[in-house]
Design a protein around this ligand. Structure first.
Ligand SMILES: [Zn+2]
Length: 210
């Protein structure tokens, strides 16, 4: 069993069962299941297929029991791929640049593959998607649909990326003056404050080593 080391050294080690959800949207919480994604040693929280199941349970998404190891492993591979595509597109958005045609092509292909586990049904006042399967792959199918809907709307939303060390999580900034820099003050914000405090307390000769 792989032990996940959290980069947040002053805090208890996180697991997929305790990972905070600061994104403000399920698509962002899905992407925020890796810390320091563009660093040399990211912290990965989807390590085995069961991690996906724990994440789904915390998101109130019902799933049936596993159908077999190969299908479970396929779903985990798909989760990693989908998360990487969304991550790349979100990076482009917060950096105010266009994502690549290859990335939108990958997302289009993921959307096409996801079509088999849902159908449209009438609901009072409109129509809605209904899941026709509840296996682990159907979770990825559902996340693809949600991700596409979110990403199409995202340019109109206050999308930000945490500036914290070993974080980089995405979130929607609904603060009054839209100046939030951290995924959470209690996580990255306080750690940065503590670092600044320690630096001020240190003799000048040591501070030069920073
Ligand atoms: Zn953060």
């Amino acid at each position: 069993m792989l032990v996940i080391m959290s980069g947040r050294r002053n805090l208890p080690t996180l697991t997929i069962a305790t990972l905070p959800k600061y994104g403000g949207h399920r698509c962002l919480d899905f992407v925020n299941t890796v810390e320091g994604a563009d660093e040399a040693e990211p912290s990965e929280y989807f390590v085995i297929p069961d991690d996906l199941r724990i994440w789904a349970r915390r998101a109130d998404i019902a799933l049936d029991p596993p159908l077999g190891e190969a299908l479970e492993a396929d779903a985990l591979e798909r989760a990693w791929s989908l998360r990487q595509i969304i991550y790349s597109i979100l990076c482009a958005m917060v950096e105010r640049r266009s994502c690549s045609a290859a990335e939108t092509a990958l997302l289009t292909a993921a959307l096409e593959r996801s079509a088999g586990s849902r159908r449209l049904v009438p609901v009072p006042g409109g129509i809605a998607w209904k899941r026709t399967r509840r296996d682990l792959n159907s979770l990825i199918d559902m996340l693809v649909v949600e991700a596409v809907a979110f990403l199409v709307e995202a340019p109109k939303l206050p999308l930000r990326r945490c500036v914290g060390s070993h974080c980089g999580w995405f979130f929607l900034d609904y603060s009054r003056n839209k100046s939030r820099r951290w995924c959470s003050m209690s996580y990255c914000g306080n750690r940065a404050k503590a670092r600044r405090f320690r630096r001020r307390k240190r003799p000048a000769s040591e501070a030069l080593d920073d």
